[in-house]
Design a protein around this ligand. Sequence first.
Ligand code: ZN
Length: 500
Amino acid sequence: MVGVRKVRSVLLFFVLCIIILVVRHVGHHFSVKEVVKEKNVVIRNPLEDLVVIIREFESFDNDIRESVESVLSACSAMCRVMVVSDEAVYPPLHLPRQVVSLVLTPGLLRHRPNLRGFLTGAKYVLLLPDGARCSSSTQLVDLINLLDTGDSQVVAVGVGGSPLTCHRYSLDIQAWTLTIAPAPQSEACDAVSGRAALLMKTGSLLQLTYPLARPIPLSIGIQGAARTWKVHVSRGGLLGEGRQLYANDHLQWKRDTVEEERKRSLYNALGVKKVVSTSGNVLWYGCTRTTPRCFPTVVDDTPDYLYMGRWTPPCCLEGLRATARHVFQVLKSCRARWWLEGGSLLGAVRNGDIIPWDYDVDVGIYSQDVDRCPQLKAARWQTLEDAEGFVWQRASEGGFFRVHYSTANHLHVDVFPFTPRGGTMTRGGAWTTGHRQDIDFPEHFLRPFASVNFAGVLASAPNNVRDFLELKFGTGAIETPQYPNPDVRLPYNMSALTFS
Ligand code: ZN
């Protein structure tokens, strides 16, 4: 009896053990599933969503292989690496197989690559300058966290020891002008200078019209500023620096030369012709006295830049001012009776300068005074380049004169002769330009002359200038600016351009 009870207890014990084991096993199984599920959500490594793009490098001297290797090892092969160049790199770089080499310029048998396609599935791009070194995955993940948690479109981190400088970029699109000012040491800048790696969302990069234009920091800076982006400067986690690039004078010269050329073509593409630097220096990227002017022959009174929603390029305004001052000086020195005419007079009264979208300068002169000025007298018969390089000629349209900025640059001042007849200043049928303001007017406006500020000097002007302008342009002309030919339909109106 005792034996049977013992066997029962032992059996019961075994059954209990089995039940416990089964319950524990099932429970364990469930909890493992939970962890796996959590891993999928939380522990996906952001580096898997990163493409590192190396775009800033020179084929003649670079450190790309080592930079690429440092990235691949910091990413533990989770991120993708892309080397992007305009032309096939020569000498070849011999990069690891998983690195994508992208050549942007199409060729006879080579299409322009589809950047969007190559970046599919990547949430972040890091634009890494040649020579930079990544030391760990943490460094990259920290940058991604900065981007994800802040409200800046770009996170910038310095390469090597030199710190990044924060800049404010003011872009006046209508005036083709970029003004760069130092920004207070805040972390939200418009752009940075110095050796920087730039991290942004792939979507942001692809919004840009020139996503990979070089120099990268300048290109991203200007295009970002046009879209009111902010750059967050990471003060920690600087990237390392590889070997020194462009280590001798020749390589440095070569680098500076190509870099300057790139800057020039970037400004050209983005429509920047005047750059005011942090020190206040002005750099010009438009026309000069030795190049043709920036805009072609004007048709329908409407220069090409108005169709772009822009105003007279600042280089052209400078050339016009210089030509105007020269003409005023000559007319003064030959004691001709002259006055500011038409749109130029309108600009002088409005703001003491050329109207911001005007393309020439107009001056009137008593016709009997023309021969007092040797340049004008000679220009009756032939084109004349004077001692200061300005070119005087009879306008092809007829009996008035045109003074060009130079033989190459045809920015000009028009000089219109008027003949007094019985108290009226008449054109005497000698010329017409088809402008509304080309009308005869009472001579009393010129007796006596007045003067107005124009192009940085005092210019001779009619008296009662308001009446004079309203006679020529209609009532309210001074207060109501309009483009020269209101009949031409333009894609942009006078208000500033906005980018979205
Ligand atoms: Zn110009």
